[in-house]
Ligand binder design. Structure first.
Ligand SMILES: Nc1ncnc2c1ncn2[C@@H]1O[C@H](COP(=O)(O)OP(=O)(O)OP(=O)(O)O)[C@@H](O)[C@H]1O
Length: 884
């Protein structure tokens, strides 16, 4: 997760070592899951088996705050009229936004036979829809180029063109320059970054179009991915993946290849069953289709009802536990419905997994940002030819007008599936601002969508209400089964030495007999050292977190799925979309941040219906740490007001297209980039629409003329948020007060979720009388009861006052703050900044890299954050009053 990325330690494992460490193990299928069987224990495995890229220095950019590309204005104008929408947003508490790997567009190629079979099917069903004809002469059909996903790491380059021979940019190059977020030109393949001797300008003549290029200092290199393009090196077809996106490209391409291998030829038998189910989607006919295509005998609870709703064109919310088979509820209708099924998914890895899992007969595709031109246009071609039935996209796509224009009238969408729909709600554990755009009104207006299927495994009543409101789903169309899996044995123990206790756990029953275990840690560095410790103790383990290369991650997942790794030690990044049915145990090495997260993560065990075990190692230090980190998104009204003043500064008049570089603005206001985006999103979709957000782009471009080779390359830097002003607020102060209040409510909601999780664990280890079936450290009955209460709590019910051990005062706090201020009088603090340092929270202006060395860093984690802010406020007033 982005929040913790600074803690990521480099991974030294190579794939070779990974292979040499694997042990042979009996075969168990990863997917699909076998029939649910009554809980029983599994056979005993052999528990004794074991198991860089360096960023180049980049010139320090100086931000430009107002430059805007010409292409942006064009794309902006079309969608300036989204209606005001209630509701709101917040930054991504689990770093989901950062975990979305900027993916690569890809085409899942099913065999030609099966494509044409589908075309036949589509045409036979809907005579007005002739994909091939519709696109045979599309006229000036919108050409596409994807916008970056949540990470702005990949930037498409210009169309291939001959290398300029001279050291000056040829005039004709200008129009060829492609805006990184523009979708109107084909992205081209990237070239490798030109080698440049350190400290020697060599044969480069460097021209910075923003005039900032003379700076030679290098800063935050890791955060500023550099993309070099070289027209000379591009392949004519643009077939080479973009630099930096290669590993994701490979990852996606592998999925593609695998799909291609597995794709079945069109089967007239299948076509016939589809036809029958289409004519009459009765239970019997749908079951026939289920048997024929998926090989299952019957539907699981909730599936049939959801499928029938969707096939009848009725928008539906589907809440089924993890592993219950939600994907089938759109896969099967996608075969029957005449148009495209668009699946919105929050993670690239999830999309790739889902694409892999599509039945061979169902052709799918994926559009994301790190892509080769060939892949992207290949997908478009297939879409236009009606040869893709299921298209996976990220929510960020919906920012892009030109993406929305692909569909228009000529490419009808029958169904939009919102996977992980709880991300829509700011009260959910995984809120993502980009999901806010997925409003029914927008989907209807822009894409003429009539039917939406929202799917989630975990949603409280409040979250469900928000999903239903945002997507305008009739409340009667909610299909929900218990969010609890009955085959999981849940246990919790207090731990003073988690590493020791983890070892004990893994070496004693029932875990010692398991051959597939996930250990969840909080931080990337933690996963690495826990994993190392396990390996040192002859446990075959690998670590997994978002700091690892995508290729490495997918390798670990693959080896785990084939039972060649016994234990995966992972952050929250592992598991979404993981369909390994025989995970026997999940151990929480840290407290989950919410009950939702606990359910999701424990839900990765026992998907085959067999008895599985989940244990939580509970310690209050981790709780304090996580609770402190929950305060990292908060903003003071003063900072909010300054930020709004910049957004609506006097030069920024109505219709004006503006931008600000993310990183420097984030530092300037001491507000995290994700929170800046959240505020912008709120200004776009709140009660009043003040601005229209445009795709993100880089505001600095440096051209490199390679004197001797005649090569020209460029580097795009300073990713910026871009927006068009639609309306100036009448009262900026009131607006900033409202936004600040709202952000603090969202922060409080996150904290209440953590406190609820703490209360559950604390009750189990300290309060449970062990009368209702709980015994030893096993607390399945009392945990299940608390979970049910939590998820069924009605809106408006007062929150439980979850009792936490946080202190409300501290004897030395005030005097320590005084000493801190005196010894750091060179810095300009706000009370929040001081409180963050006292709590050990890194922020853009006071990063851990600098401040963690301070004596007071994290010293007051156990004192409630607002108490520390108040103390800091009082001391700062005295400090400033004395003129210090
Ligand atoms: N009716 C069925 N009978 C047997 N197996 C099924 C049925 N429906 C789905 N499955 C299988 O159940 C497994 C889990 O399905 P799926 O991945 O769709 O679950 P999910 O609800 O999306 O889980 P998660 O929320 O964890 O992603 C898959 O292997 C799938 O093939």
């Amino acid at each position: 997760p982005a929040m913790y990325s600074s803690l990521h330690a480099a991974d030294s494992d190579s794939d070779d070592s990974l292979l040499s460490d694997v042990s042979a193990s009996p075969t168990r299928r990863c997917s699909p899951a076998p029939r649910p069987a009554p809980p029983k224990h599994r056979p005993t495995p052999d528990p004794t088996s074991k198991p860089k890229r360096k960023p180049k220095p980049k010139p320090k950019p100086v931000p430009s705050s107002t430059s805007a590309p010409a292409s942006a204005s064009a794309s902006a104008s079309a969608s300036a009229s989204a209606p005001p929408i209630r509701a709101a947003a917040l930054s991504d508490p689990h770093g989901l936004a950062a975990r979305i790997a900027p993916g690569s567009a890809l085409t899942a190629s099913a065999s030609t036979v099966s494509f044409s079979s589908f075309r036949r099917l589509v045409q036979s069903r809907n005579l007005s829809f002739e994909p091939a004809a519709a696109f045979s002469n599309p006229g000036p059909a919108p050409e596409l180029e994807p916008e970056p996903e949540s990470e702005p790491a990949e930037i498409p380059s210009a169309e291939p063109s001959p290398p300029p021979a001279a050291t000056h940019p040829p005039p004709q190059l200008r129009p060829k320059r492609v805006h990184p977020n523009s979708v109107s030109e084909a992205p081209a393949a990237a070239a490798e970054q030109p080698k440049r001797p350190r400290g020697d300008p060599g044969n480069f003549v460097r021209l910075n179009i923003n005039g900032y290029g003379r700076k030679k200092s290098f800063k935050s290199q890791a955060r500023r991915p550099t993309k070099y393009r070289s027209w000379k090196r591009q392949q004519p077809g643009g077939g080479k993946p973009r630099a930096g996106a290669d590993e994701e490209g490979d990852f996606v391409a592998e999925a593609l290849l695998e799909r291609e291998k597995n794709s079945a030829a069109g089967d007239d038998g299948v076509l016939k069953v589809v036809e029958v189910a289409r004519e009459d989607p009765s239970e019997q006919n749908l079951e026939g289709l289920l048997r024929k295509v998926f090989g299952y005998d019957s539907f699981r609870e909730g599936q049939l009802e959801a499928i029938q709703n969707v096939v009848a064109g009725e928008s539906t919310v589907l809440v089924l536990p993890t592993g219950a088979g939600k994907s089938l509820c759109y896969q099967l209708p996608a075969m029957i419905l005449p148009g495209l099924t668009l699946v919105v998914s929050p993670l690239l890895s999830l999309m790739v997994d889902q694409l892999r899992k599509l039945p061979a007969f169902l052709p799918g595709g994926l559009l994301a940002s790190s892509q080769t031109s060939d892949e992207f246009h290949g997908t478009l071609r297939l879409l236009r030819a009606g040869e893709i039935k299921v298209l996976f996209v990220s929510p960020e796509r919906f920012l892009n007008e030109e993406f929305l224009q692909i569909f228009g009238d000529t490419l009808p969408i029958s169904l939009v599936v919102i996977d992980e729909a709880h991300c829509i709600s700011e009260w959910s554990h995984n809120f993502r601002p980009s999901y806010l755009r997925l409003r029914a009104s927008l989907l209807r207006r822009k894409l003429n969508i009539q039917c939406i299927l929202a799917m989630t495994a975990t949603a409280t009543t409040q979250t469900l209400q928000e999903i239903v409101n945002a997507l305008e789903i009739p409340s009667g169309n909610l299909i929900q089964t218990s969010q609890i899996r009955e085959n999981l044995k849940l246990s919790i123990s207090m731990s003073d030495n988690r590493l020791k206790d983890l070892m004990l756990l893994l070496k004693s029953p029932p875990f010692v007999n398991m051959r597939s275990i996930i250990v969840y840690c909080k931080f990337q560095t933690e996963t690495d050292y826990v994993c190392k410790h396990l390996c040192d103790n002859n446990i075959n383990a690998k670590s997994y977190h978002s700091g690892l290369l995508m290729k490495k991650r997918s390798r670990v997942q693959e080896l785990f799925c084939s039972n060649k790794i016994r234990v995966v030690v992972a952050t929250v990044a592992f598991g979404m979309g993981l369909d390994k049915s025989d995970v026997e145990g999940v151990i929480h090495y840290r407290l989950p941040e919410s009950l939702e997260e606990y359910i999701q993560e424990t839900g990765r065990a026992g998907r085959d219906g067999r008895l599985s075990h989940c244990h939580l190692l509970f310690d209050s230090t981790t709780f304090y740490k996580i609770r402190s980190l929950s305060h990292s998104d908060g903003i003071d009204e003063y900072a909010m007001s300054k930020f709004l003043n910049q957004i609506f500064s006097s030069g920024n008049t109505m219709g004006c297209i503006c931008s600000f570089p993310k990183e420097s603005t984030s530092r300037k206001f001491d507000i995290k980039e994700e929170v800046l985006l959240t505020v912008l999103t709120q200004l776009e979709i709140g009660e009043e629409q003040y601005l229209h957000l445009l795709p993100q782009f880089s505001v600095t471009c440096t051209l490199y003329f390679h004197k001797f080779s005649g090569e020209l390359s460029y580097e795009l830097k300073d990713p910026a948020y871009c927006y068009m002003i639609l309306k100036r607020p009448d009262d900026l102060n009131a607006l900033s007060a409202n936004l600040t209040k709202w952000l603090s409510e969202v922060e409080n909601s996150k904290i209440r979720k953590l406190d609820a999780m703490f209360a559950l664990a604390y009750y189990a280890v300290k309060g449970c009388k062990k009368t209702d079936g709980c015994s030893g450290s096993e607390h399945t009955p009392c945990i299940q009861k608390r979970i049910i209460d939590y998820f069924s709590k009605k809106e408006g019910t007062p929150d439980d006052d979850y009792c936490t051990p946080l202190r409300k005062s501290s004897t030395f706090l005030q005097s320590d703050i005084k000493v801190f201020l005196q010894s750091n009088s060179f810095a300009k603090f706000t009370p929040r900044a001081v409180a963050r340092i006292m709590h050990g929270i890194s922020s853009p202006a006071f990063p851990a890299a600098t401040w963690a060395k301070n004596h007071f860093w994290g010293r007051y984690m156990e004192v409630d954050f607002p108490v520390v802010i108040e103390a800091a406020k009082a001391e700062l007033v005295k400090f400033v009053g004395k003129g210090e």
